[in-house]
Structures are given as structure tokens and as C-alpha cells.
Ligand binder design. Sequence first.
Ligand SMILES: [Zn+2]
Length: 53
Amino acid sequence: MTTVRPYHSRKPTDPDVYHWHSDCPAGAQIPGRNKVSGAGTGNRPCRLCEGMD
Ligand SMILES: [Zn+2]
């Protein structure tokens, strides 16, 4: 599994979480145009990414 720089979705209806695994199934559903690098403001760590640590 691959750890990457944190990223999150800028789509308002998406969960307020950030990801740091490139193969996270939830992170993989974020289209490239909505993907923003960084943890974002007030976002929680993704549970699935935590599980892969
Ligand atoms: Zn994740």
C-alpha cells in the first residue's frame, strides 16, 4: 500500500475527511477535478486510511 500526501474532496456534499493512502477505496471515488491536496480545514482522518496504516 502506498502512502501519499494528504488529499481530500472539495465537493461540499462529500464527507469531511482526508485521505493519505493512494489505494483508499473512498479516496479513489473522488474525481480528479474534485481532488485537492492537503488535509483541508476541519476534516477528520479517513477511517479506511487509518485501517490501512
Ligand atoms: Zn481514505
